[in-house]
Ligand binder design. Structure first.
Ligand SMILES: Cc1ncc(COP(=O)(O)O)c(C=O)c1O
Length: 463
């Protein structure tokens, strides 16, 4: 009989290391000022622990690097494409698989073909690039999450669920003709990295079928979502993560995917559909802007890395460690009083900046203020997911309406940081938490018309 151990370890050894450059607080003050208090504008060399995103930041395995060497760089119909195609079909099960250079390219192609001005696209919560691509087409991106999704402190196993009744009402109100597709984002990144349940995906599909509306999954973190279903949903404990993933996709008519997340690759994505006519139109557009349909903006070596990554991400040792390390981080800071989105998500811990910094009004960006403070304290890079990213203009008054939540996301790159890195981050957050009353809000001094969070410049509010 094997010995059962309580400690969950990283299920890998480290073969290649990348040094981290240490900086002083004084240096970081200058760096932050120069970057206009926007961490997207700080050089990665000046960051100690980079939790800006889990996207494209994974450490690839020895097998993936070997795949990179095996990449077939033929322009058309390369061996690597067929390996990629087999891997995607095996898990996702869709008829057509269209490679793209990353997730948003899949989104742009999908919405360019499927939606027009005045259309409405429901989602549990649209990610920022999804929303921007829909709005760029003159359509409306509507979030229809369950109410618990906007209550950070409330525990719920599937906060990524869609509110099925609200979806029905939206379809009735706007008319099914105005809704060319609906989406579910698994896991729900902007809503705290929370999973959607199988029952919810199934029910949403049933409702949409009644109106002849196709369902697409934004599948970036499909493996983490499938593992949460295994852990939390009745009837799935004995199923493999792959079987669960297959069932999730069986309810969808297509998906968009950024392979930079659960593809365990540094670049890549794809668009899937079961519709022959749509696929032909999508491929035409792909050729115009991304590349020939068997590479879609990717090198053969990238297709190899994705094919292997998709297989590795379903290993249950990996998923157990992945979900446990995010939970360890979240529970540790929460137990000391730091308000977080509960329960901790699959790829990130989200601090509720509105609750932590109640003295800073939403339009003085408490999340952005906290992001700056964590960098100053310990060189940690995180990202605001709040009113900087999602505030909207009131069409009548032109005034800004704050986002539903003011969150700071600390996303954990896959297979990159160790337990002691996480302990360092925990210590820094607790130190900042101790002096939270001293933190000041921010104002924007420069911003772009779309996706302003990437390039905006800020200034701390006067005392
Ligand atoms: C849920 C979700 N959808 C879409 C995207 C866009 O993918 P990409 O960054 O590869 O364009 C992301 C990226 O962070 C995401 O998290």
């Amino acid at each position: 009989m094997g010995v059962t151990m309580k400690t969950i370890i990283e299920p890998f050894k480290i073969k290649v290391v990348e040094p981290i450059r240490m900086t002083t607080r004084e240096e970081r003050e200058g760096i932050l000022r120069q970057a206009g208090y926007n961490l997207f504008l700080v050089h990665s060399e000046d960051v100690l622990i980079d939790l800006l995103t889990d996207s494209g930041t994974a450490a690839m395995s020895a097998e993936q690097w070997a795949g990179v060497m095996r990449g077939d760089e033929a322009y058309a119909c390369s061996r690597s494409f067929y390996r990629f195609l087999d891997a995607v079909r095996d898990i996702f099960g869709f008829k057509h698989v269209i490679p793209t250079h990353q997730g948003r390219a899949a989104e742009r192609i999908l919405f360019s073909i499927m939606c027009k001005e005045g259309d409405v696209i429901p989602n549990n919560t649209h990610f920022d690039t999804t929303r921007a691509n829909i709005e760029f087409r003159g359509a409306e991106a509507v979030d229809v999450p369950v109410v618990e999704a906007h209550q950070p402190a409330v525990e719920h196993p599937f906060k990524g669920n869609m509110d099925v009744q609200a979806l029905r009402e939206l379809i009735e109100r706007r008319g099914p003709k105005k809704i060319p597709l609906a989406m579910i984002t698994v896991t729900n990144n902007s809503g705290g990295g929370q999973p959607a349940s199988m029952a919810n995906i199934r029910e949403v599909k049933q409702v949409l079928t009644g109106y002849n509306i196709p369902l697409y999954l934004d599948a970036c973190r499909f493996a983490e979502n499938a593992y949460f279903i295994k852990l939390r949903e009745e009837g799935y404990t004995q199923k493999s993560v792959k079987e669960i993933a297959r069932e999730m996709f069986s309810y969808a008519d297509g998906c968009t995917m950024s392979a930079k997340k659960d593809g365990l690759a540094n670049i890549g994505g794809f668009l899937c559909t079961n519709d022959d006519k749509l696929a032909a139109q999508e491929r035409d557009l792909l050729i115009l802007t991304e590349g020939f349909p068997t590479y879609g903006g990717l090198a053969g070596r990238d297709l190899e890395a994705i094919a292997i990554g998709l297989e590795e991400v379903l290993h249950e040792d990996y998923l157990q460690y992945r979900i446990a390390s995010v939970k360890y981080f979240g529970n540790h800071i929460a137990s000391e009083g730091v308000p977080i989105v509960q329960p901790p998500g699959g790829h990130a811990v989200y601090i509720d900046a509105k609750a932590m910094l109640p003295h800073i009004p939403p339009l003085q960006f408490p999340g952005q203020a906290l992001v700056a403070e964590l960098y100053l304290e310990a060189g940690i890079r995180s990202v605001e997911i709040g009113s900087v990213m999602f505030a909207r203009k009131d069409p009548k008054t032109g005034r800004e309406i704050p986002a539903a939540m003011e969150l700071v996301r600390l996303a954990i790159p896959r297979r990159v940081y160790t337990q002691s890195h996480i302990d360092y981050v925990v210590e820094a957050i607790l130190q900042v938490y101790q002096r939270r009353d001293m933190i000041r809000g921010m104002r924007i001094v420069e911003e772009a018309p779309f996706l302003r969070h990437f390039t905006a410049r800020f200034e701390p509010m006067a005392k």
